[in-house]
Ligand binder design. Structure first.
Ligand SMILES: Cc1ncc(C[n+]2csc(CCOP(=O)(O)OP(=O)(O)O)c2C)c(N)n1
Ligand SMILES: [Mg+2]
Length: 560
């Protein structure tokens, strides 16, 4: 049984033929044909989520964990606009989303027909391409041209780099009629992979340089790439700097960038700045490394991007290497020669010193966000998935380093606090592993609708750091020099998550001291009961002070 609307019945058939099977649908009337065509196909897993904003972030989570395009579908009107923030995240984090919006026929737009807005091309700044399906397809030619639109849209979700694609679909009344006749179509399949000329002279430049920095931004975990990077890190002229969200780890990898960069004094800069910078992956979280490399630009900056994206984060990009990261480093490794540089040693020595200083500081540190994050990162179980909330959670993670059996995710495409719960919930749905979201309180309350969801899985756990507002505004320079800190920046509050959890049937527990955190967290993380949430209350006024004190303490380590 499918919808009697041929355009959507054909789309559903080609969707399945392309190997896709997940769609997140929000309720409405105009999208009834989409519901009929997709939710009744045995091959399709259709999720029902009311809040379109949350539904789209949930779909991002599904797409990240399955590494396949996920569709989202909603009715007409403002429902469509609620997809916008997730679509912008998918665009900048390069996540394949197929956006299906039901619409009225063109002649009913802007004539006061209710729940009607101008939807065609509405997301053009944040999607790879937009399409509108014809609302009637009868002739063979109409079916062939519609098939071509659908194929182009599906291929564009993945190639040459993943991203969101929008298809607006007008339906005329009646919209609830069904048909037993499934319209069938063809899926053309993957385009040819482009081959790039090997980068012959790169290894020559690399081998003659004494200071090569490799900086890894956001990427999905890749064990093979980590094996190659480990070998490259053994060359004394190379230093690997990795963000937590890069999932790049290793004994010689600098995985606590802010700790080390914050201690480099003016006179030492030349020892640390690179001649050659090689960047890979997506967004970089560390404001410190961005500032360091923009102020101390390398002569050469190569960015690795299989789609050839010119991401000039440090305003000194010289070349884009159109290869997959693993192909580039795998190709170059055999040609790397021994080098007598002391570059790697300088960085390693500083890291060792700072790691010891950090441990010393944390031993006597007052109860604060920093102390709590220390406990959390020490108590994380093996082989789990961490979803880092934006604002301070993803930044605190950069002070503690990467564990090689943990996956790290975060919405760093556009760093919004508006979809953290929903994305993590979506990711955990197909994940076999324990999934833990570490989020700030505002990030939790903003997306607490992420719990208004029948598809929450038992392996999903949420740690809320409740510091009564936007704690980051107590640390970054600026807000506390204005009279508006508490009300307009930090937006102080006394909200608690307990009754939200109760409303949505989520297990709740709380902690208000470091001993409670250390006593309760292990059982919370190991309990089979889920989804569950622990709310850890911390003293807002203390947090900024402690973090500033921490950075000045580790900075002074060099002089001890
Ligand atoms: C959708 C959205 N709105 C506003 C912001 C600006 N913003 C960045 S951090 C932050 C505060 C977040 O507070 P919380 O989640 O409690 O984290 P904390 O700073 O306390 O760690 C805000 C409002 C944003 N990033 N995303
Ligand atoms: Mg907070």
């Amino acid at each position: 049984m499918t919808s009697d609307k041929k355009n959507i019945s054909l789309l559903a058939d080609i969707f399945v033929k392309s190997g896709l099977n997940n769609i997140v649908i929000s309720p409405g009337s105009r999208n009834a044909p989409i519901i009929l065509a997709f939710a009744n196909r045995a091959e399709i897993n259709a999720f029902s989520i009311v809040d379109e904003r949350s539904a789209a972030f949930f779909a991002i989570g599904l797409a990240l964990s399955t590494k396949k395009t996920v569709a989202i579908a909603c009715t007409s009107g403002s429902a469509v606009l609620n997809y916008a923030s997730a679509i912008s995240e998918a665009y900048y984090q390069k996540i394949p989303l197929l956006i299906l919006t039901a619409d009225r026929p063109v002649h009913l737009i802007d004539v006061g027909d209710g729940q009607t807005i101008r939807q065609y091309k509405i997301f053009d700044n944040y999607v790879k391409s937009s399409y509108q399906l014809p609302f009637e397809i009868n002739s063979k030619d109409e079916i062939i041209s519609t098939e071509a639109i659908i194929n182009e849209a599906l291929l564009n979700c993945k190639y040459p780099q993943p991203g969101p694609v929008h298809i607006n679909i007008p339906f005329d009344e009646p919209i609830y009629n069904t048909s037993d006749k499934q319209i069938t179509g063809n899926f053309i399949g993957n385009p040819t992979r482009f081959k790039t000329k090997l980068i012959g002279n790169i290894s020559k430049k690399w081998n003659t340089s004494s200071k090569v920095m490799i900086l890894a931004g956001q990427m999905s975990p890749d064990t093979n790439l980590n094996t190659i990077i480990k070998k490259i890190s053994k060359h004394s002229n190379n230093i690997i700097l990795s963000e937590t969200t890069s999932n790049i780890y290793g004994e010689l990898v600098i995985d606590t960038i802010d700790n080390v960069i914050s201690t480099i004094s003016k006179v030492e800069i030349d020892n640390y700045k690179p001649d050659i910078l090689i960047s890979l992956g997506g967004q970089v979280v560390s404001k410190m490394i961005k500032k360091f490399l923009r102020n101390n630009q390398p002569k050469i900056h190569w960015h690795i991007s299989s789609s050839g994206e010119k991401m000039d984060t440090f305003f000194c990009l010289t070349d884009v290497i159109k290869l997959k990261e693993i192909d580039f480093f795998g190709t170059i490794l055999p040609s790397l020669e021994k080098n007598n540089s002391s570059y790697s040693n300088i960085w390693q020595k500083r890291k060792k010193l700072i790691d010891a200083s950090r441990r010393e500081y944390l031993l006597n540190c007052e109860y604060s966000d920093l102390k709590v994050f220390d406990s959390i990162f020490n108590l994380l179980p093996h082989n789990c998935v961490i979803h880092l909330g934006n604002s301070t959670p993803v930044r605190y993670s950069q002070l503690f380093g990467i564990k090689n059996d943990i996956e790290y995710n975060s919405n760093r495409g556009v760093s919004g606090i508006d979809g953290q719960v929903s994305t993590a919930a979506g990711y955990s749905y197909y994940s076999e592993k324990l999934n833990i979201l570490i989020t700030g309180d505002l990030g939790f309350f903003y997306d607490s609708n992420g719990l208004m969801n029948h598809h929450l899985s038992s392996n999903f756990k949420i740690i809320v750091i409740n510091n009564s507002g936007g704690g980051i505004f107590r640390f970054i320079p600026g807000p506390d020099s204005t009279p508006n800190l508490e009300e307009f920046f930090e937006t102080q509050h006394n909200w608690k998550a307990k009754y939200i959890c109760k409303a949505f049937g989520v297990e709740y527990t709380k902690a208000e001291s470091i001993s409670e955190v250390n006593n309760i967290l292990p059982s919370f993380l190991s309990s089979e009961k889920g989804p569950s949430l622990i709310e850890i209350f911390t003293p807002s006024a203390k947090n900024g002070e402690v973090l500033r004190d921490y950075f000045s303490f580790i900075k002074s380590a060099e002089n001890k």
